[in-house]
Design a protein around this ligand. Structure first.
Ligand code: MBD
Ligand code: FE
Length: 293
């Protein structure tokens, strides 16, 4: 496999022209990225003898899949790969520790209601009662007051508000400011695992790979506090058949949490540990586009 044609002068010139390297306009960073990605795809087409039919099938698949690209990305491991890259960067900078990160996923919505100390995430949706609670701590174990804990999770049917039209605005979403003991508590219902939309492009793609499109029951967190690095993570409820078989590869051993029955309420107790920020930008989450609720 040597990509003889891709490496020829003719195709290298074509790639330079494709990426606009022969002009002084445009964005140099975008040019660099386009040059590299198109070149890598040409190489793959040549090395794998991807036929014209296969190429166009793939392109038409992507065209139809456009609304689900945000789901295909975690299914193909891109979200988890970015976590691994960020972990490696932290390691290199000597900034390890704290609760492990894991992927944000595509279903966060801005502007959920804010409460102090505790919140009821929903009052009139059906489901098994669940409380998720804990303490936000620094690496020495000292509680962090006034941390912002944003929580979002699925319904008992695995749907997310603002994406599943049967659910009320901001159902199962809330932002809790920790009290003077660093505590947060959300009263809600037990989420079910998520399944990719039946009949959709993600499901079709995963089927071709012999895979499924399920996630275990999980609860998402954004945690931020002045002077600490922003944390994006999730917990998986122990005992779900998909806990260690997540189509989005987001499970980490430290993030699997038991739900304990206390008088008919599932108690999910999870403390989170925050790492000191080195500069102000560490306190912010990534600039990824997000839906405003
Ligand atoms: C989810 O709920 C989710 O968290 C991810 C990562 C992908 C799809 C649905
Ligand atoms: Fe989710």
């Amino acid at each position: 496999m040597s990509a003889n044609i891709t490496n020829s002068g003719e195709i290298q010139t074509l790639l330079n022209n494709v990426a606009g390297l022969n002009n002084a306009d445009g964005d140099p960073r975008i040019k660099e990225i386009v040059r590299r990605i198109v070149s890598d795809l040409f190489t793959a087409i040549e090395d794998l003898d991807i036929t014209e039919s296969e190429f166009w099938h793939g392109l038409h698949f992507m065209q139809a899949a456009a609304p689900e690209l945000i789901l295909i990305a975690p299914g193909l491991g891109f979200d988890h790969f970015q976590d691994v890259l960020m972990d490696a960067a932290d390691e290199k900078a000597g900034q390890t520790g704290g609760t492990p990160r894991t992927i944000e996923g595509p279903l966060y919505v801005e502007n959920a209601p804010v409460s102090n100390g505790e919140a009821t995430l929903v009052s009139d949706e059906e489901g098994d009662p669940m409380q998720v609670f804990g303490v936000i701590k620094d690496e020495q174990g000292a509680p962090i007051a006034n941390a912002k804990v944003e929580i979002w999770h699925a319904s008992k049917d695995g749907g997310y508000s603002h994406f599943d039209p049967s659910l009320k605005e901001f159902a199962f979403r809330g932002s809790i400011i920790t009290n003077e003991h660093g505590e947060y508590r959300a009263t809600s219902i037990m989420p079910s695992g998520y399944a990719c939309p039946p009949g959709g492009s993600t499901e079709a793609m995963l089927k071709q790979l012999g895979r499924h499109g399920n996630r275990p029951a999980h609860i998402h967190f954004f945690v931020s506090a002045s002077g600490y690095k922003h944390l994006t993570t999730q917990i998986n409820i122990a005992g779900d058949p998909y806990t260690f078989d997540d189509f989005a590869f987001a499970t980490r051993d430290e993030l699997v949490v038991d739900a304990n029955d206390v008088d008919g309420v599932a108690h999910v107790n999870f403390d989170l540990s925050m790492v000191k920020a080195v500069d102000a930008s560490d306190e912010q989450r990534s600039g990824r586009p997000r839906m405003a609720g």
